[in-house]
Write a protein that binds this ligand. Structure first.
Ligand SMILES: [Zn+2]
Length: 260
């Protein structure tokens, strides 16, 4: 499992990266990082936009919603994070945003198709949807139900609300949110122009998941977003030491093999 030198720094990185990727919704939406000591989740304090987050606006929230560290107020929807973390021991970071294309796409009620590199991560065969409510995830039961809908997937749509993604580290969780939103946006554009006639079949989608999205490419995308989000010289412009993906056995780090 990834070890974090400072979870609060990764919370700052994640929100700034999502702001750079255009997923801010004024002061709503949030990212969490699992507390390495098992006390709960580190996430942004409520009342601030993604691009306004620095270390002073990060709180440690217990599974019961108690703020254990930090001075800000916690978000009502912290059970999104504690619920998924409880259900998914493989996950150390969760993203919830009110991404506009994801919401518009979810309203169509049609399957997500792998039209692009982005879509292959989620359309397997379709992206999960949490349909119990489009309202706030404000208690433990709803958090548990959302985690059940997500299952082992990288992300899920929350119709009438937004999206949720989960990753083994903050780089994966953030990239999944960016890529899911882009997959939805691509399909909206295609559907606006006419009926879909072609997309990756299951075999191509599976092959592309492996060749387009190895940890090295998630890392590359994460580094790109950090360069967009932080000025030169900022210590947060680089991933946290120790947060790099574990090496894989396949030779997948050549940039020429990455998604174009
Ligand atoms: Zn929300």
């Amino acid at each position: 499992m990834t070890t974090y030198t400072d979870p609060a720094d990764d919370v700052v990185r994640a929100h700034q990266a999502l702001a750079a990727a255009g997923q801010g919704d004024m002061v709503w939406g949030h990212v969490s990082v699992r507390d390495p000591e098992g006390r709960g989740v580190w996430m942004k304090a409520s009342g601030w936009g993604f691009e306004e987050i620095d270390a002073s606006r990060v709180v440690l929230v217990s599974p019961d919603g108690e703020v254990l560290s930090g001075t800000g107020k916690r978000h009502i929807e912290f059970p999104i994070h504690t619920g998924i973390m409880a259900a998914r021991p493989d996950v150390t970071s969760v993203v919830h945003t009110h991404a506009p294309a994801a919401n518009a796409f979810a309203a169509l009620g049609v399957p997500l198709r792998p039209l692009s590199h982005d879509g292959v991560l989620f359309a397997d065969p379709d992206v999960p949807r949490f349909t119990l409510t489009g309202g706030l995830i404000k208690d433990r039961e709803l958090g548990r139900a959302l985690a059940l809908s997500l299952g082992n997937a990288a992300g899920a749509l929350m119709p009438h609300h937004g999206l949720v993604t989960a990753g083994r580290d903050v780089a994966h969780a953030v990239l999944y949110a960016v890529l899911l939103e882009r997959a939805c946006r691509d399909q909206l554009a295609a559907l606006a122009a006419g009926p879909l006639t072609t997309w990756s079949d299951p075999a191509e989608a599976a092959a592309k998941r492996a060749e387009c999205w190895p940890p090295s490419q998630i890392e590359a995308g994460w580094r790109y977003l950090l360069r967009q989000a932080f000025p030169e010289g900022s210590p947060l412009r680089e991933p946290a030491p120790g947060a790099a993906p574990e090496p894989t056995r396949e030779p997948m780090s050549e940039p020429t093999r990455g998604p174009s």
